[in-house]
Design a protein. Structure first.
Length: 152
């Protein structure tokens, strides 16, 4: 909604509510919403803002997404893949092509074992960052990997 102060206030309230949550009083499915999930969602929304203002938000988005990856079990495959895709996009936005290619390749590797439309959609959104005649070989290779995954 292009309201950074409102976003910060809302994510602060969410973090406070999460820390105050009484796990014993909550429904069983609420366990999915943990610190890693909050970090991933926060990073994803910062990434949304970074698309129009990379200098202001891409580093913050990457920090939150890294926190999510550090805290999230790889068994949570979809979240893990989305985090890798998010880090790749942050790196592309910041001009760190080497990291972008590495994170993109990791995302493709994780995505191979998943049947997630959301992961495929996000990979398709990442694909345009890999297009161009002057992209480094690693980016061209990952472009081929993304294309192969999306067409299977």
């Amino acid at each position: 909604m292009n309201r950074p102060s409102g976003f910060r206030r809302a994510t602060g309230q969410a973090a406070e509510a999460l820390s105050d949550a009484g796990r014993l009083d909550e429904p069983y499915w609420i366990g999915y919403f943990d610190d890693a999930e909050l970090a991933g969602v926060t990073g994803g929304r910062l990434l949304d803002m970074a698309r129009s203002d990379p200098r202001a938000y891409a580093d913050q988005a990457a920090d939150h997404i890294r926190t999510a990856l550090d805290q999230r079990s790889p068994e949570r495959g979809r979240g893990h893949a989305l985090d890798c895709i998010g880090l790749a996009e942050c790196a592309f936005l910041l001009g760190d092509i080497t990291s972008a290619a590495d994170h993109s390749q990791r995302a493709v590797e994780v995505a191979h074992g998943l049947h997630s439309g959301r992961v495929r959609t996000r990979l398709a959104q990442l694909y345009p960052y890999t297009v161009g005649d002057s992209v480094p070989r690693a980016v061209a290779d990952v472009r081929g990997s993304i294309r192969t995954l999306l067409t299977t």
